[in-house]
Write a protein that binds this ligand. Structure first.
Ligand code: ADP
Length: 266
């Protein structure tokens, strides 16, 4: 009887503590969801004033005589840079807030990765040329794959933009696309500043930036790779990095060819 009672008490105690922990958990998850919603709403609301500011600055720059003082012109240029930077941050936050809410519309279609990559490279050319960085591109003949076109373009853009951003003047960046029996692959190689082994796992975390003082001047905000990781996740793929400090980095993305993408949950 004693043993039975002990088992009963233990059972009730476990049940009560389980219920209490559930009760305690609920408000936390609700608060967490509210916070995610808040980030999404705030990002959305911030977009309009930022684009108004940007077009006002553009208009001022284009209006003859509006800015005659060179110092004021310089301030305006700084303002424009910061508004652009903030616009990038807000749109990245919005992407992640939508990803968190799980309500993102995704359209999977057949895409010619070669063509998309060419376009991304072209859009990055001015940035690369300004820093005397040579962009190399290798691809297999048939690079038709299934995926979310806009997001795959964004993934390519993030990886290539980082490779250029973290390379010294005169560096080389190479994008290689390949397709195997079961998966397709994106590889982005640079000869840049590299990433310390202790930091390699953390660079995919939101807002993580290695050696902040060094990278801050380059204008990023630490969300690119978390968006890249999310894009790879929704395509059921993997992303990894091999890197050596002051030698360079290689980012590799592998995505299965036969994924049931239209049923992808997240
Ligand atoms: P950021 O906007 O700072 O570039 P990311 O999320 O894209 O944000 O990258 C996170 C951090 O990872 C960067 O701040 C940088 O320290 C490091 N990193 C990313 N790509 C590279 C690269 N190709 N070479 C060296 N460091 C990199």
């Amino acid at each position: 009887l004693l043993l039975g009672l002990a088992v009963l008490f233990a059972g009730v105690a476990i049940l009560i503590s389980y219920m209490m922990s559930k009760k305690a958990m609920e408000p936390i998850s609700a608060a967490f969801n509210r916070q995610k919603e808040f980030v999404g709403d705030a990002s959305h609301e911030l977009r309009t004033p930022l684009s108004v500011m940007l077009s006002s600055i553009d208009a001022m720059e284009m209006t003859d005589g509006a800015i005659e003082d060179p110092f004021a012109g310089k301030l305006l240029k700084n303002m424009k840079l910061e508004v652009k930077r903030m616009t990038g941050l807000v749109s990245d936050l919005l992407v992640l807030a939508r990803a968190d809410s799980g309500t993102v519309n995704r359209s999977y279609e057949s895409i010619d990765l070669y063509v998309e990559a060419r376009n991304v490279i072209e859009s990055l050319m001015p940035h690369a040329e300004a820093n005397h960085i040579a962009l190399h591109f290798h691809a297999q003949d048939d690079m038709n794959v299934t995926g979310d076109r806009e997001r795959i373009k964004q993934l390519l853009y993030i990886l290539l933009d980082n490779a250029v951003k973290y390379s010294p003047d005169g560096g080389h960046v190479a994008l290689t696309l390949s397709k195997e029996e079961r998966e397709w692959r994106i590889s982005v190689k640079d000869e840049g500043i590299g990433i310390h082994p202790d930091e390699q796992a953390r660079i995919f975390d939101r807002f993580y930036r290695s050696d902040k003082s060094r990278t801050r001047a380059l204008g990023g905000h630490g969300l690119g790779l978390s968006i890249a990781k999310w894009i790879v996740d929704i395509h059921k793929g993997t992303i990894s990095v091999e890197s050596e400090l002051n030698k360079g980095s290689i980012f590799t993305v592998n995505i299965p060819l036969d994924q049931a993408v239209s049923k992808a949950r997240k």
